[in-house]
Design a protein around this ligand. Sequence first.
Ligand SMILES: [Zn+2]
Length: 247
Amino acid sequence: MAVSRLTVIALGVGDAFSALHYSSCVAVGAAGAWLLIDCPHPIRKILRESGSGLDLGDFAGTILTHLHADHASGLEGLGYFSHFVLGRRARLLAHPDVLAEAWSGHLAAGMRQLMSAESRTVSARRMEDYFDVGELSEDRALTLGPFAIECRRTIHHVPTTALRIRAEGRALGYSADTAFDPALIAWLGEADLVLHETNYGVHTPYAKLAALPAALRARMRLIHYPDDFDVTASAITALRQGERLEC
Ligand SMILES: [Zn+2]
């Protein structure tokens, strides 16, 4: 019998417009360590309601796939919670093209200065004051604890990366947001478990995924699906919010 060495918890499975689910967000565990993939607001409430018992202090790092708010809106909260409550910086991993605007185009407006409670004067802050930033590479895996993390650019409005995360001899593939991309699916398909998005517009149409070989579909779970997606009729099992998978 196969031994489960990677744990995946679906914290959120919805898209940016969902009235039913939290935005797509996943916790990945191995050998007692945890990674957070994407960080939508309100991330601590999302974690609490997952029933996983996980809180922000439990993660070795957060991987950010891209800067759309449904994936990144919890970063300010993560940075401030780490700074003021945990008393340390949050480890944040992303592709350099994603990191390029993470501060200037996203976080700086709400984090670039802090006021002293005593003097009421403000002093400047930088991304590095809150986050211990690591760059993912398309050429080699980045190691964090038991995890080896690979990334690959996807087809999306803004710079975005899919992920392959290996630990304990098992591998998880995560498409992040992407148009249908057979080369990406082949890359992801080397993993034991593949989480793939499906949605409208520039996203991946369900019909394209439903036409994939049955053996691959059996290892695939859908995420980032719209509220009107019929999970009961799907040829690929849709992740349910709060679901815990082992692979
Ligand atoms: Zn997106």
